[in-house]
Design a protein around this ligand. Sequence first.
Ligand code: SF4
Length: 310
Amino acid sequence: MRKIKQHPFLLNSYITSIIHKKPIKNQFIFSFLEYSDKGVNDPLDEKSHSPVRGLVHRYPDRVVLTITNKCFAYCRFCFRKDNWNNFEGFDLENAIKYIEKNKKIEEVLISGGDPFFLNNTKIEQILKRLTAIKHIKFIRIGTRVLSAMPSRINIQTINILKKYKPLWIAAHINHPDEITGEFIKAVHLFTDNGMPILSQTVLLKNINDDAKILKNLFCTLVSLNIKPYYLFGCDQAIGNSNFRVSIKRALEIMKTLRGNISGICMPNFAFDLPNGGGKIILEPDRILKHEDKHYLFKNFENKEFGYEDI
Ligand code: SF4
């Protein structure tokens, strides 16, 4: 029972309305397999890169603000699920002071939980403070609102957000079954008002670890003006073993996708190294041999081609 208490099982009304679809159910329903798990509480070691409560500074030019631990989704594979019960809070004043002092920071990713769990007044307060800092060039909001509570995005929210452009939306979506009429309506509210959307997908065993499913997802997203950005390996957080897909399998999927879908539909395959090692991006290896300027490559059909470099 300890893990159920630690990582509670919660479903909102929207997810309940689409949970009859198996790929959705498998992402959100508690499984007893979580008990036998060996993962860790903080797989990205965010705590040791957090100089201020709720601010993570891992790369020189950007920071992440975890402004809430509340989320619309409560995915069983969440890498921040330890925050669900053990969140230390977000210190806006000191986060702003920290960013003001560190002039190399050019980008802020507002994350959570889900930032849209906060009300519009609170979101505007944060955006106003961040956009007043001269060296901040743009802001990203990482959210699952489109696939977990799309009705939260309405014209009042959009009218506030659009005052703080350039503002990018990084939308978490894992399966084509998450694309509903409500999802599309909320997407249009962002894109028609000049806020571009990038997608972030977690590669999940028995949910989307299949090139056909991902092709369908990525091509549909592009048709809705969403750029597939990352396909993430599932982090080694506690309770996640059952969802993880091997790097070998992930690269096979990427290889099948590459050449079979347009480059605009291809995301980067990335995963986070443990102990705060940061993000790593992997591509299937195409170089068979390399000697001086002479390369031998294997193309997407596994045919070999020589190439003379400059
Ligand atoms: S949407 Fe993101 S933050 Fe929310 S539970 Fe899922 S993985 Fe965690």
